[in-house]
Design a protein around this ligand. Structure first.
Ligand code: PLP
Length: 386
């Protein structure tokens, strides 16, 4: 079988190993596996099925349509699907009927949820804005949201599952102040007659570093993909494995003379007669134009810099007199086993975070799944079996 010209290899065994490790660390605190943005670019359905097979009971997917995609492939209601960013025009009926958990940020949004309730009560998580100023109710708006929730719960229209917030991860002091804001909001809610059954505030970084923030559940995204939050700890130090390896096949090679201008604008000129190898991955696939001069790719266990501009669909490397052939595997980033850089090294070189690199891998890069799960439910899903 021919490998696709470019591909993102997704190691589901690595994902599961990370999941096991993280659940071990957090035990007895519950772990919600965060899979927004198509599971950080790794592909929502296969990652979710692997996580469910591993016994995960909470998945965070950001939006209702993503949650419904998972219900549609058989992720049952014993797995809670948390969503928290809602289209203002969304009709919540399908979400409620499919027992999708809804994070709500304000009274107007909660009212829309309540209005959509038909047979069964809506499962609601009340969001607190503790300082990030994205989702959640500010201290001023919180009592109104809580009072509406109390009334709707008494009327049997909703079930309040949890209160939650998300932290800015600016500094320990800022996060402590944010959690104090959250704790005060929970007290206010209790004063207003709400029983708060569950609290969740921490994501990967705070979940690891601030034990006291774990509360009842941590929401883990990056760690599970082998991309720990910053703070100088490497994935390997933590025992986390990279899940995505980005590879391509050399599509063309050509011999060129000394002083040949390469790619748009001739920003690179050959120093000698040499061989150029064409790597069919470009900025449309998520390799930033900025990568020129900042990252190297591995071919046959040897590193080569990107020669000249990264184009939409391809870039070139100058392989000198090395025996590089059409069809040879080029590893852009991965585990490091084939002498390639890791995604965290890419992120450092490109002044960003690993999450941005993996999320930007474009839709024309097929995700190729590997690992034991491919023999099970994930394989059936990929083959289109019911
Ligand atoms: C993205 C996100 C997470 C997961 O963050 P990581 O740092 O990747 O673990 C958790 N909660 C919310 C609300 C998020 O938006």
């Amino acid at each position: 079988m021919n490998a696709p010209l470019r591909r993102a290899e997704i190691d589901l065994d690595a994902y599961r190993a990370n999941l096991d490790l993280v659940r071990d660390w957090m035990d007895p605190v519950e772990v919600m596996a965060i899979m927004k943005a198509d599971a950080y670019g790794h592909g929502l359905e296969p990652i979710a099925l692997a996580a469910v097979d591993a016994g995960i009971r909470w998945i965070g997917v950001l939006t209702v349509p993503a949650a419904l995609r998972l219900r549609a492939i058989g992720v049952g209601e014993d797995v809670h699907l948390f969503t928290w960013q809602h289209d203002p025009a969304l009709d919540f009926r399908d979400a409620i009927d499919s027992a999708v958990d809804l994070g709500v940020s304000n009274a107007a949004e909660l009212q829309r949820v309540i209005d959509a309730v038909d047979q069964r009560p809506a499962r609601v998580h009340l969001g607190v804005d503790s300082g990030l100023h994205r989702d959640g109710a500010t201290a001023d708006a919180w009592p109104e949201l809580v009072s509406l929730a109390v009334a709707a719960q008494r009327a049997g229209r909703i079930v309040v599952v949890a209160a939650y917030t998300h932290l800015a991860e600016t500094s320990d002091d800022d996060d402590s102040a944010a959690v104090a804001v959250f704790d005060r909001a929970v007290e206010t809610a209790e004063d207003l007659g709400l029983d708060v059954p569950m609290e969740h505030v921490a994501a990967s970084l705070a979940g690891l570093e601030r034990k006291e923030f774990r509360k009842d559940m941590v929401r883990m995204g990056g760690n599970l993909f082998g991309i720990p939050g910053a703070d100088g700890v490497s994935a390997a130090d933590l025992g986390l494995e990279p899940v995505m390896t980005l590879t391509a096949s050399v599509a063309k090679t050509k011999r060129v003379p000394v002083d040949t201008g390469v790619s748009y604008d001739y920003t690179y000129r050959t120093a000698t007669e040499t061989t150029l190898a064409l790597v069919p991955v470009g900025y449309a696939d998520g390799v930033p134009r900025l990568a020129q001069g900042r990252v190297e790719v591995a071919i046959g266990g040897k590193r080569y810099p990107i020669a000249g501009r990264v184009a939409m669909d391809q870039f070139l490397v100058d392989v000198g007199d090395d025996e590089v052939q059409v069809g040879d595997t080029v590893v852009l980033f991965g585990t490091g086993e084939r002498d390639e850089l890791t995604v965290l090294e890419w992120a450092a070189a490109l002044d960003t975070i690993g999450e941005e690199i993996v999320c930007r891998i474009g839709s024309r890069v097929p995700r190729v799944y590997e690992g034991h799960d491919v023999e099970g439910r994930v394989g059936e899903y990929l083959r289109g079996e019911p």
